[in-house]
Design a protein around this ligand. Structure first.
Ligand SMILES: Nc1ncnc2c1ncn2[C@@H]1O[C@H](COP(=O)(O)OP(=O)(O)OP(=O)(O)O)[C@@H](O)[C@H]1O
Length: 531
């Protein structure tokens, strides 16, 4: 990556966050639903029997509030009644506080170890023991808890356990967690909790996604989580860009690709104002920092000029250069890593198959369809041209197949995705445009028809299966051209707990630059017969 004048690469400092360190003072947690009830909490199982603070009761009236009540991440000191101070008691109190803090630290360590959570940063807030704590610790509104129930989520995933308290405590955060492990909820939920109510104060939160498909999916997820509140959650579409006077746009949360948002920032008239944005999320952050998107991402980050903004970066891969950017630009950020840094999701069974040649790949694919077609299935190829070629080969094979790449119109792309989600197509051939972020719940198998161009791309592609704890399968074809890079895939496989043959481990390591070898055409038809 170039070292240039980019905002993202300069050491910008921001004011101390208001709530940083609040949790360290945190002592006794109390139930704090506004309406006095905790109607959803019984749904969430109690995770740690040692936890003194998790209150589980259905429609139970809240006990009388204490005079000064503290909820982590929020100032809720209500009333001004003064408490008499006695010096000896104060010292004793301090000792007790210290003991409680030590006990809390031990509990945090145990919980993090149990869920493979690694953190660094100052005063990292305690991980969640269960969703119930969103109410007891942070005063989460009951409609949000209801939505978790409706979505069927009983337990937070490891990234949710740690990233949610970090963001609720007003800390910036960069996080890596496996594909399909619920990162979307980990950044959307605290955002909704902090925004509290819809407001007409301009755009208050921005989520950047690298593709339109992911932006559309994230918008949908946000709306599901926000149901019951009147937040205005907008997806930046072409239509919105063309026809909107952004000075008058009522919007709490805006989801966009960097390109579209940059165009709206640069408009001459009625341009978008991001200076009031309080929360900025860069999803698939390493992709957003790649050369092709860096300038656009940079413009957006720069335009979000509110000095007390909370920014967070999420991805399933966190290369060193992203960590460097995060450390330089973010203020007092917390780093959260779930699992091994270079691993894929452990619920995916990974296989490598030597296909010999391009012809061999097509044969192997047809054979695997004949033996056991396990739809829905995604097949990745390295270019638009190859996606069309493979589609041309398979579309007459009595398999319901679709194809998606960036040469299709927006409408065509949407239709292809809808058909795949609805089960109208069983096999979807895709370029890397679908390689990241997309959540097709039922995908059982991913085939890398063409070897991925880097380890990160491998991790994201195969992560379209095996989501939310489901079992998935990933098959990667390789030919002679790909052999020098096999060892890099083997490393990912080892880190994810897969067995790898010893000859593969003994192969020399090769520095992996982008790997797009020229491959023979997939098409078996003579050129003059191609449509
Ligand atoms: N606490 C939870 N319990 C059960 N399922 C959950 C929970 N949180 C999220 N999910 C589900 O897990 C799936 C994957 O979530 P999500 O798309 O956020 O993954 P991700 O970590 O962002 O993956 P990727 O790195 O591929 O973008 C979704 O279908 C989501 O509804």
């Amino acid at each position: 990556m170039e070292k240039d004048t980019s905002f993202l690469l300069t050491g910008i400092k921001f004011n101390k966050k208001r709530f940083a360190g609040d949790f360290a003072l945190f002592k006794k947690r109390k139930q704090s639903n506004d309406d006095g009830s905790v109607d959803d909490l019984s749904y969430f199982k109690r995770e740690d029997t040692e936890a003194e603070n998790v209150v589980v009761s259905v429609n139970k009236k809240r006990k009388r509030k204490t005079k000064a009540e503290r909820v982590e991440g929020f100032s809720v000191f209500k009333g001004s009644d003064s408490v008499p101070v006695v010096i000896n008691e104060a010292t004793e109190q301090e000792e007790n506080n210290q003991k409680e803090l030590n006990r809390q630290n031990e509990r945090d360590l145990r919980l993090r170890k149990k869920y493979g959570i690694h953190v660094s940063g100052n005063n990292v807030p305690s991980p969640l023991q269960g969703f119930a704590e969103l109410s007891t610790r942070y005063g989460c509104e009951s409609y949000l808890l209801h939505n978790l129930v409706k979505l069927g989520f009983k337990e937070p995933t490891p990234i949710q356990r740690q990233a949610i308290p970090v963001l609720l405590s007003g800390r910036e955060c960069f996080a890596k967690a496996p594909t399909g492990s619920g990162k979307t909820l980990a950044f959307v939920y605290p955002m909704l909790m902090k925004l509290k109510q819809p407001s007409k104060d301009g755009i208050r939160a921005v989520i950047l996604c690298h593709t339109r498909e992911l932006a559309a999916q994230t918008t949908r997820e946000c709306k599901k989580m926000a149901k019951g509140n009147k937040f205005r959650i907008k997806l930046m579409t072409k239509e919105l860009m063309r026809n909107t006077d952004f000075t008058k746009l009522p919007c709490d949360i805006l989801v966009s690709t960097p390109r579209r948002l940059q165009l709206c920032i640069c408009k001459k008239k009625k341009k978008i104002d991001l200076s009031r944005v309080e929360y900025l999320v860069l999803d698939e952050s390493d992709k957003l920092f790649e050369r092709s998107l860096l300038e656009q991402t940079d413009s957006v980050v720069k335009a979000c000029s509110n000095p007390s903004i909370i920014r967070s970066l999420f991805s399933a891969t966190l290369p060193d250069f992203v960590e460097d950017v995060a450390r330089t630009v973010m203020h007092d950020a917390v780093r959260v890593i779930v699992g091994d840094k270079n691993a894929a999701s452990e619920s995916i069974k990974q296989k490598l198959i030597f296909a010999g040649s391009e012809e061999g790949k097509l044969l192997a694919l047809r054979q695997s369809f004949a033996e056991s077609l396990n739809p829905p299935m995604l097949i990745f190829v390295q270019s638009i041209e190859r996606a069309e070629e493979l589609y041309g080969e398979l579309k007459f094979d009595s398999i319901r197949v679709g194809v998606i790449h960036s040469n299709l119109s927006q409408e065509q792309r949407e239709n292809v995705i809808d058909d795949f989600r609805a089960g109208k197509t069983w096999v979807l051939i895709a370029t890397d445009v679908l390689g990241r972020g997309m959540d097709f719940k039922g995908v059982k198998c991913v085939i890398n028809y063409d070897f991925p161009d880097c380890a990160a791309s491998y991790i994201h592609r195969i992560g379209r299966s095996g989501r939310a704890g489901r079992i998935g399968e990933a098959i990667t074809f390789y030919t002679e051209d790909d052999i020098p890079y096999l060892r890099n895939i083997a490393n990912v496989m080892i880190a994810s707990g897969c067995e790898v043959p010893s000859w593969l481990i003994d192969m020399p390591k090769k520095k992996w630059k982008k790997h797009y070898p020229r491959r023979e055409s997939i098409s078996t038809k003579p050129k003059d017969q191609e449509e």
